[in-house]
Structure formats: structure tokens, C-alpha cells
Design a protein around this ligand. Structure first.
Ligand SMILES: Cc1cc2nc3c(=O)[nH]c(=O)nc-3n(C[C@H](O)[C@H](O)[C@H](O)COP(=O)(O)OP(=O)(O)OC[C@H]3O[C@@H](n4cnc5c(N)ncnc54)[C@H](O)[C@@H]3O)c2cc1C
Length: 388
């Protein structure tokens, strides 16, 4: 039977009345483009001027979208959603660091998270960004195929070693690593590094996943090549499928620099490739594990329908569904309730360091053309049902 995404009682069972009211207030505010825009600018200015806004952010956006400031706080959140069969992906949400010292420090931080996750049955995954271990400009240079100086070559070797140390720890502790996709102009080295890790660690189980952004028209072809490569070289592919989060930035850069946009011509084209990618992975499930990272109900339902039609059990270790913490609980909790593997991306870290992540969440929940978001409709429905 297909899961029912309209059930808000199941969707929000982990939320107390006060947390639900806070979510209602937050999504109502974000629904207004004006409030959202003013709020985001004021937040950024206040942080720049070192005004005391941390408490306010922590009790609003941060509480909705993040697990806590520390791993222990995140684990408490993981335990709450774990009670309802929803697992956690620990996401150390710090972004924008650029020094070798920061990159070196990130390695033990990730290994600590892996060891911590290994002691917690609700946390089977961690996620990482290659830019957490590497200078963006160097990745850009490698992507462009430029010749590296000797110093740059050793810098690149250090990046490889950092990522390898994290993946090795994940392998040793039976934790899976999701490597996020970022801007297209650094994607080649991200693919190369992740492929090297998959070949090394995904021999008998899937430890490492690469991410495929299907708003880029070239990615479906690359996904198919990756499946083929895994088959021919006797390892399992880890395929994390998303639509992609940097569309405006991608289009803007392409227009400014005068090259053809890597982005699909319209939303339908992205949706078509996304669903085709899920299908291709499910058809080749013997050779891979697929991680369906989406808030799109139709894509989730199509995947479930295929699994039902082809007798792929809900509890297979090869198919995972995932949404971000604080969003699309109707999908996550109803899928988990029907027995599917579901995990929430749970960012954690100091409030000031996760601001870029929070701003992306605020932006994507701002209403277009005055429509009430699906999220707000569902929260309102549950507020009414609970007679709050
Ligand atoms: C668990 C998880 C992990 C994620 N990890 C990553 C990651 O590593 N890297 C990353 O980039 N993003 C990541 N994302 C974000 C993701 O890429 C999407 O931005 C977000 O999930 C919205 O897409 P959707 O599939 O949920 O739903 P939908 O709301 O159906 O799709 C919205 C998406 O469609 C695409 N789109 C919208 N309008 C157009 C248009 N006019 N033309 C072409 N395409 C269009 C955009 O990608 C947009 O984000 C992740 C999301 C989740 C849930």
C-alpha cells in the first residue's frame, strides 16, 4: 500500500504543542517575501555588527532546522525522531572555512562524529562537503583542468588524505558517508575524490555516496556511467539523488561568463531526469544503494510504487529516503510509519557558523507569488487538529 502523506498526526507526532506553534509562526513569517527579505538582511547585518541576536536565531530558525550546537544536543534530537523510526544523518553544518588549519581541524571533528554515530543506533550516516577539507579556488583550478604547481599538488594530496581518513573511519565503524554536491564548477574533483573513495571502500557494503544534482542536464548521463563503472570494476555505487540547491547562482554565473547554462530549461525537465534517475537506480539495485533526497511527494511515491511492483522490500539496506530536519515531516514520518528507511539531515554546530545554511532554508520557504507553502498548510492543519 502506498503511504499517505496527508496524515499530519503521524507527521508531527514528535513535535510538542509549543514546538508546533513556533513552527507555525516561523513558516507564516517566511511565507511573506517582505518579512523574509527584511528578516534575512537584518539577521546578517546584526551578526556583522555583533549585535546580540544569537538567542533570537537560536529559538527560531535554528530550533526549527538544526539539531543543536553540539553533537550531544544533536543526539538528543536524533533520539526523539528515532522513537518514530526516523534515523539521522549528522551534518556538521559549519561552512565557509578557508585555511589549511581549519581543514586539518575538520578531520578529527568528523571522525569524532563517526565514532559517536557508531554508538547510536539512530545515526547510520554522516554527511560532508569536500569544501570542508579543501580550498575552493584549488578545486576550481582542478575542475578547469589547469596545471597545478608543485605546492598545489601537495595541497591536493592533503585533501585526498583528509577525505580518506574520514572514509576509512566510516568504513571501520560501519557508518555511511554522504558527499554533498555543491557548485558545478568544482564538481569534477568532487566526483574524482568520491569515486576513488567508493572504489576503495564500497567493495562489499556501501560506505560512500556521491551526489547527483538533476537540475544539471548532464548528470543523468553521468549517473548511468557511474553505475556502469561500478559494475565493471566490482564495487557498489552509492548514489545520492537530489534536484540541486544552487540554481540561481549557476544560471547567473553562466550568463555573466557567457557559457551555456548547465541547468535544465525548466522544472519539468528537472523532475523528469530526477524520476528517471530513481528508476535507473532501482532497476540496477544489485549494483548500488540509492539515497532519495527530496521533498517532492510525487518522486517519493513513484519510488515506492516501483518497489511495491518489483517486490523490493521496504526494509532493504539498498534504498533510503531523506528529507531535511524541520521540513516535509509529512513525507518522512509517514514513510517511516510504512516501514521504509528514512533519515533526516540534521545539521549541528555553533549558531553563527550555520547561518548560511539557515539563510538557504529561509529563502526556499519564502512564498512565490503569495502562495501559502505546502509546509505551512500542513502545520496549520495539525494546529487545528490539536485545537491549539
Ligand atoms: C536529504 C537532502 C540532501 C540534500 N543534499 C543536497 C546536496 O548535496 N547538494 C545540493 O545541491 N542540494 C542538496 N539538497 C537540496 C536539493 O537539491 C533541493 O534543492 C531541494 O531538496 C528541493 O528539491 P526537491 O526535490 O525537494 O523538491 P521540488 O520542490 O520538487 O524541487 C525544487 C527544485 O527543482 C529545481 N527547479 C526549480 N525550478 C526549476 C526550473 N525553473 N528549472 C530547472 N529546475 C528547477 C531546483 O533544483 C529546485 O531546488 C538536498 C536535499 C535533501 C532533502
Amino acid at each position: 500500500m502506498l503511504p499517505e502523506f496527508e496524515n499530519t498526526e503521524i507527521a508531527f507526532q514528535y513535535r510538542s504543542n509549543s514546538a508546533l506553534k513556533r513552527a507555525h509562526f516561523l513558516f507564516s513569517s517566511m511565507a511573506s517575501p517582505l518579512i523574509s527579505k527584511v528578516g534575512m538582511s537584518m539577521t546578517q547585518l546584526s551578526l556583522k555588527w555583533k549585535l546580540p541576536v544569537k538567542g533570537l536565531i537560536k529559538s527560531t530558525l535554528f530550533a526549527q532546522f538544526c539539531g543543536g550546537e553540539t553533537m550531544d544536543e544533536a543526539a538528543q534530537t536524533a533520539a526523539i525522531i528515532g522513537k518514530y523510526g526516523v534515523n539521522t544523518i549528522l551534518d556538521y553544518g559549519v561552512e565557509g572555512k578557508e585555511s589549511e588549519d581549519d581543514f586539518d581541524k575538520a578531520v578529527p571533528e568528523f571522525i569524532k562524529a563517526i565514532k559517536y554515530a557508531a554508538t547510536n543506533k539512530n545515526i547510520p550516516f554522516i554527511s560532508m562537503k569536500v569544501t570542508g577539507f579543501a580550498r575552493f579556488a584549488l578545486l576550481e583550478k582542478v575542475h578547469a583542468g589547469a596545471t597545478l604547481t608543485e605546492a598545489e599538488q601537495s595541497e591536493y594530496t592533503r585533501i585526498f588524505n583528509r577525505i580518506n581518513a574520514v572514509c576509512q573511519a566510516a568504513n571501520d565503524n560501519n557508518i555511511m558517508v554522504l558527499v554533498d554536491a555543491e557548485e558545478s564548477w568544482i564538481q569534477n574533483p568532487v566526483d574524482d575524490l568520491t569515486n576513488a573513495m567508493m572504489e576503495r571502500y564500497n567493495k562489499t557494503k556501501v560506505v560512500v555516496f556521491n551526489t547527483f544534482q538533476h537540475y544539471a542536464h548532464s548528470r543523468i548521463g553521468y549517473l548511468k556511467k557511474s553505475v556502469q563503472h561500478a559494475k565493471e570494476n566490482n564495487y557498489l555505487l552509492g548514489a545520492k539523488l537530489v534536484r540541486g540547491a544552487y540554481m540561481e547562482k549557476e544560471r547567473k554565473r553562466a550568463a555573466e561568463m557567457g557559457y551555456p547554462s548547465p541547468i535544465q530549461p525548466n522544472k519539468q525537465a528537472t523532475d523528469n531526469d530526477y524520476d528517471a534517475a530513481v528508476l535507473h537506480c532501482l532497476e540496477n539495485i544489485r549494483h548500488l544503494a540509492v539515497f532519495i533526497g527530496t521533498h517532492n511527494e510525487s518522486s517519493c511515491l513513484k519510488a515506492v510504487q516501483y518497489m511495491l511492483d518489483h517486490s523490493i522490500p521496504a526494509q532493504t539496506e539498498r534504498v533510503f529516503f531523506s528529507q531535511l530536519y524541520g521540513m516535509s515531516d509529512n513525507i518522512s514520518f509517514n514513510l517511516a510509519n510504512s516501514g521504509y528507511h528514512v533519515a533526516k539531515y540534521l545539521p549541528y554546530g555553533p549558531v553563527e557558523d550555520v547561518i548560511p545554511y539557515l539563510m538557504r532554508r529561509a529563502q526556499e520557504n519564502t512564498s512565490v507569488a503569495g502562495q501559502t507553502s505546502r509546509e505551512l498548510n500542513l502545520i496549520s492543519k495539525e494546529v487545528k487538529r490539536r485545537k491549539l
